[in-house]
Design a binder for this molecule. Sequence first.
Ligand SMILES: [Zn+2]
Length: 136
Amino acid sequence: MPPPVPPGGIALLVVDVQHDFLDGSLAVPGARAIVPNLVRIIQEGDWDLVVATQDFHPPNHISFAERHGVAPFQLHDVPHPFWESKSTVSQMMWPVHCVQGTQGAEIDDAITAALDERLAWGTPVRYVQKGQDPHT
Ligand SMILES: [Zn+2]
């Protein structure tokens, strides 16, 4: 059981520092360069809670351009995820990225080590995996 989260504390959010966004299929130019600074922030901050998010898609995710036979980085109408009567919703098409069980979906090793270190020091660390519904 992880330690409880203190009410009114200060939280650090570490958002999607994953291989596919650093050097993979949806890499952000220059993103790799900020990892050492993030590690230092995780290690040295006076955090009461650290939350790390992870884009975590099934292989057939609705946002993957190849699923629809279209090019990435454009809007495409897809079935509405909640109301069939509303028919469609416009969705940005992305290259396949952050697929569950792949290296691309994993959080960077240095970030993971820093998070593990924080947890060992007694800071609550939580992971939030998102994008798991293939239709949303
Ligand atoms: Zn995604």
